[in-house]
Design a protein around this ligand. Structure first.
Ligand SMILES: NC(=O)c1ccc[n+]([C@@H]2O[C@H](COP(=O)([O-])OP(=O)(O)OC[C@H]3O[C@@H](n4cnc5c(N)ncnc54)[C@H](OP(=O)(O)O)[C@@H]3O)[C@@H](O)[C@H]2O)c1
Length: 376
């Protein structure tokens, strides 16, 4: 038996691969990704080797086989023979790869996240005994900003904040239809926003908070160039953010998410029958706005953040934030919580993750800053 994985060069996929390599099954793993097999190997091995635990035996790397594959190309850019070879004897097909740009180009998002998933389903059809494990997102709930989201909920009735959310929703729908039509089994894992607090060297996968950290840096640190940031006036910069001061967001440690997902997949192997099992891979407690505010205040002592329902007469800094971070602010205004019944059933012996508090977030934002500076 063997395992197939896409997205192993990414922030989450590299963590999933590390956990798969630590499993005792010692099966071969076909790693599908962009670039030549040699460059793909270099990137994936660097990303996986750098991570903290679980321990990987030195000979585990020999289980990996690298296959050049691009989600945006018909049949992933593979010949029928290559597809058959990649799928041969697979017991699990992990689809982690995606385009994550929240405000990205619509056709690129669709081509990667929807058509690309269709191509992965075609590959999975060549492995009739394989479970599909699709990495979705808790944000398929879209603009449903309040209430308790159940793991089986999937609706577009409230619309979406971003095209990214919509493409992940569409891919989930497609997978549900595929399992029903073909009598297949799939796990859909829905992580919330993933974070890490350990500085990563340049060239390794970035985390979504890098984007926020870059925005804060560009806005607040004096720079030269076409969009200079302004120095703090009198040592203090008041900054109003449009949103809900009582809003909260679900953030989860990426290492925890990867371990939980690999355990969820293992639990699915023990089940019989076809269909989809959807699992919220989320934190039991949401992070309220004051935690993020306090974390940013540690890094930028002069920053005075306030969340207000409407920003009237925005300053230059406030306009920049509205322009570049509007999507993140939408997420911070949520009041929803995520049901975790399936998660607890499947990984009941995994202790709950520690809180993502202001201390954790200040390390995460700093980690993001360190990553960026090293990359310059
Ligand atoms: N990060 C989060 O907070 C978060 C939260 C919820 C859900 N998720 C989901 O988790 C999954 C992994 O996310 P991540 O954080 O690991 O993202 P990431 O760091 O941006 O990695 C994305 C991965 O997808 C691959 N990829 C992108 N376009 C591709 C293409 N056209 N063909 C083949 N591979 C392609 C990338 O390969 P390259 O190295 O070649 O670019 C990379 O391996 C995604 O499905 C995402 O929707 C992530």
């Amino acid at each position: 038996m063997s395992v197939v994985i896409t997205g192993a060069s990414g922030f989450l996929g590299s963590r999933v691969l590390r956990h798969l390599l630590a499993e005792e099954t010692r099966e071969p793993v076909a790693v599908l990704g962009r670039g030549s097999p040699d460059t793909l190997r270099e990137r994936v091995e660097a990303a996986v080797a750098w991570l903290d635990g679980p321990p990987v035996a030195p000979d585990a790397w020999r289980r990996l086989r690298y296959v050049s594959a691009d989600l945006t190309r018909p049949a992933l850019g593979l010949t029928p023979e290559q597809l058959a070879e990649a799928a041969d004897g697979a017991r699990e097909v992990w689809h982690c790869a995606a385009r994550l740009h929240l405000a990205g180009d619509e056709s690129e998002l669709f081509s990667t996240n929807v058509r690309g998933t269709r191509a992965v389903l075609d590959l999975a059809e060549r492995a009739p005994d394989a479970h599909l494990v699709y990495v979705s997102t808790a944000f398929v709930a879209g603009r449903r900003d309040a209430g308790h989201i159940m793991e089986d909920d999937l609706s577009d009735a409230d619309g979406f904040h971003t095209r990214y959310e919509e493409t992940k929703y569409t891919a989930e729908r497609m997978i549900r239809a595929w399992t029903a039509a073909k009598g297949r089994r799939a796990v859909i894992a829905r992580p919330s926003l993933l974070v890490a607090d350990r500085p990563a060297p340049a060239g390794l996968p970035a985390q979504p908070l890098d984007y926020v950290a870059r925005l804060v840096d560009d806005t607040l640190r004096p720079r030269t160039g076409p969009m200079p940031g302004l120095p703090l006036r009198g040592g203090v910069l008041p900054l109003r953010l449009q949103g809900d001061p009582n809003g909260a967001m679900n953030l989860l440690q990426a290492d925890y998410a990867a371990e939980a997902m690999v355990r969820v997949a293992a639990a699915a192997r023990a089940r019989t029958g076809c269909g989809v099992r959807t699992v919220h891979v989320t934190h039991p407690r949401e992070v309220a706005f004051p935690a993020a505010r306090d974390a940013l205040r540690t890094l930028y002592p002069g920053l005075r953040l306030a969340v207000v329902p409407t920003v009237r007469n925005p300053s230059r800094h406030e306009s920049l934030v509205i322009e570049h971070a509007g999507h993140f602010l939408d997420f911070g205004a949520q009041h929803r919580t995520y049901d975790r019944t399936h998660l607890r059933e499947d990984v009941g012996d995994l202790p709950e993750p520690p809180d993502v508090d202001a201390d954790y977030l200040s390390r995460a934002f700093d980690r993001a800053g360190a990553h960026r500076q090293a990359a310059v």
